[in-house]
Structures are given as structure tokens and as C-alpha cells.
Design a protein around this ligand. Structure first.
Ligand code: ADE
Ligand code: ZN
Length: 334
């Protein structure tokens, strides 16, 4: 089964590019850009990755991102993730980026998007990996700040397929951003949002009703509302679940207590993703392996999760069909 997990082509739909910053690259960029970080070795950094909840992670994650200054830094960050995609057999990836993490430090929007998109274009040519970019608003900031960021993004519309919402969830509900998402929809962006990661089901309902999301990022708290489960099944709204993240951020006590298998068995449209793999002990295959080992997943479960990843993606129907055929081809040999 582990061999099957590794060999199946997969799509990743919930991945923060800033969350792929490996300790080695963090140290290298800190030195190259003369940025002070409170670590001098990889071991120092790994010791600090001991999270108690989402906020305890975000504090360290934003500090890590402070070493990203130049276009080439964003290129290196993205290229290293794309090499991991190759290793993990991720053939299509929909990447979140958080421009406000950088523009708030005085880095131009253009620097961020140019570095990332150059790497994505090279990956298409050299590695055969297709990709889309989703720009996230930081929900701990004001809606007014998000309007400014959206206005900057419009110029790069051709490079950005969608708009998402991330950062500190509790206390920053989707309703806080209703107007800016309305404008994003009018501009033709697809909409997703982190909801029901730590906060209750009302955040998922608001994301659906007020932001009009096409996918829910995380969404594992749906388990507490029977009516919402029924709605998500009926509408087949995809959930981009991130098992390693949920364990590292103490959303669940252990892999054995994770509810992804329960959600799948209920008929929800669930996918597996790595969220911030450099911080959460593993890339996509490791997420699959952890849930496979601890939750008694069958071959059918794995295949369903992989097929869901393509079906829930923003790629066109033609390419979707090509990828799903590649999945079938691998299955023939198992
Ligand atoms: N930013 C990066 N990872 C995140 C997560 N899991 N939840 C909210 N914001 C994030
Ligand atoms: Zn996330």
C-alpha cells in the first residue's frame, strides 16, 4: 500500500508556499540577506517546532518568512517545493501564497509573485508539473488592508486563479471579509477559505453563505454538525484536510483520533494535503502514509482520496481526465 501511495499521481490543493521553507534554506537566506533570526543551526530550528495550537505555529511561521526578501528567494522557495512534488508524485498543485506577510515588511507584491511564478513556469517545462496560484488574505488583518491587497492582485489576475483566507481563525470569522470577497468574486476569482480548522461549524457556514467558497480548507470540525455534514455531502463541497498539520497543531490528539476516515465514510468529498510540510514533519506522501497506518485505510479509500484530489481541483475537464487516466494506469499494475 505504501508503494501504491508513492506511485499514484496526486494533486495537492492545500499548501502554503511559505510553509515549505526548510530550515536549511531559512538559515541560508538569513545569512544571505543579513536577517536576524533566533537560530543558528537546523537543530535549533527543529527544537522550536513544538506547537500547542495554530497561533503558536503562526508566530514561528511568520518569523521564518522574514528571511524572504528578493525575487530569487521566492524562486528558490518555490522551486524546492516543486522538487518535493516530483519526489511525491504530485503532478498538479494549487499553491497558497500570503502576500501581506511580505508587503507588510516592505517587500513589493511584484517581487513575491514574480519569484513564485517563474519557478512554476520552469516546473511546467522541466518537471511536467502543472500548478495554480491562490492568494490568501491574512484574517488577523483588517478588511481594508485586504482590499488594498486585492487591488494589487488584479494586475496579476492571469497568474492567480483564486482567493483564500488563512491565519488566526478564532475571532476572525469569514463575515469580517464579506465585502472584499464579493469584489474578488466580481473580478472572476475562485473562492476558498480556511474554516473549521480550530473554530466551530458557524465559520464553515459563513464561508459557504457569505464568501461563497467552492472548497473548504480543513473543515474537520464539520463532524459536530449533522445538518452541515448533510449539506456538504449534498453539495459535494470539497474539504482539503491536512492530517499532519492537525496533529502538530493539536486539533486531534493522535493520528488514531483523526476523523478523516469517518468523514470519507460519511460520503464527504475529502482530500489529503500537507499544509506547511517543512513545519509539520512531512510532505504529501507522509500524510497519506500516516493516516493509512493509523486509520486502517483500504486501497479503495486511498484511491478515492487521490481521485478526489483531481476532481476537487481547479484544472479544466480535459486535463482532469488525463490525470485520472494516469491514476487508472497505475492501478492496473497493482
Ligand atoms: N497559514 C499557514 N498554515 C495555516 C493553517 N493551517 N491555518 C491557518 N493559516 C495558516
Ligand atoms: Zn492551511
Amino acid at each position: 500500500m505504501i508503494d501504491l501511495i508513492k506511485k499514484l499521481p496526486k494533486a495537492e490543493l492545500h499548501l502554503h508556499i511559505e510553509g515549505t521553507l526548510e530550515p536549511e534554506l531559512m538559515l541560508e537566506l538569513a545569512q544571505r540577506n543579513s536577517i536576524d533570526i533566533p537560530y543558528s543551526t537546523v537543530e535549533d530550528i527543529e527544537k522550536a517546532y513544538n506547537f500547542t495550537d495554530l497561533q503558536s505555529f503562526l508566530d514561528i511561521y511568520y518569523e521564518g518568512a522574514s528571511v524572504l526578501i528578493k525575487e530569487e528567494d521566492f524562486y528558490s522557495l518555490t522551486w524546492e517545493y516543486l522538487l518535493k512534488c516530483k519526489e511525491n508524485n504530485i503532478v498538479h498543485t494549487e499553491i497558497f501564497f500570503d502576500p501581506q506577510t511580505h508587503t507588510q515588511r516592505g517587500i513589493p507584491f511584484y517581487t513575491v509573485i514574480k519569484g513564485i511564478t517563474e519557478a512554476l513556469n520552469d516546473a511546467k517545462d522541466e518537471l511536467g508539473i502543472t500548478s495554480q496560484l491562490i492568494m490568501c488574505f491574512l484574517r488577523h488583518l483588517s478588511q481594508e488592508e485586504c482590499f488594498k491587497t486585492l487591488n494589487e492582485a488584479i494586475e496579476f489576475k492571469h497568474d492567480i486563479i483564486g482567493i483564500g483566507l488563512d491565519s488566526s481563525e478564532i475571532g476572525n470569522p469569514p463575515s469580517k471579509f464579506k465585502e472584499v470577497f464579493k469584489k474578488a468574486r466580481e473580478e472572476g476569482f475562485k473562492i476558498v477559505a480556511h474554516a473549521g480548522e480550530e473554530a466551530d461549524c458557524s465559520y464553515i457556514v459563513e464561508a459557504l453563505d457569505l464568501l461563497k467558497v467552492e472548497r473548504i480548507d480543513h473543515g474537520v470540525q464539520v463532524i459536530n454538525s449533522k445538518s452541515l455534514i448533510e449539506r456538504l455531502i449534498k453539495e459535494q463541497i470539497p474539504l482539503t484536510v491536512c492530517p499532519n498539520s492537525n496533529i502538530e497543531l493539536k486539533v486531534f490528539e493522535s493520528y488514531k483520533k483523526h476523523n478523516i476516515k469517518e468523514l470519507l465514510d460519511l460520503g464527504l468529498n475529502v482530500t489529503v494535503n500537507s499544509d506547511d510540510p517543512a513545519y509539520f514533519k512531512g510532505y504529501l506522501n507522509q500524510n497519506f502514509i500516516n493516516i493509512y497506518k493509523n486509520l486502517n485505510l483500504s486501497k479503495e479509500d486511498i484511491v478515492k482520496l487521490v481521485r478526489n484530489s483531481f476532481n476537487a481541483s481547479f484544472i479544466d475537464e480535459e486535463l482532469k481526465k488525463i490525470y485520472l487516466e494516469k491514476v487508472d494506469k497505475i492501478l492496473e499494475s497493482f
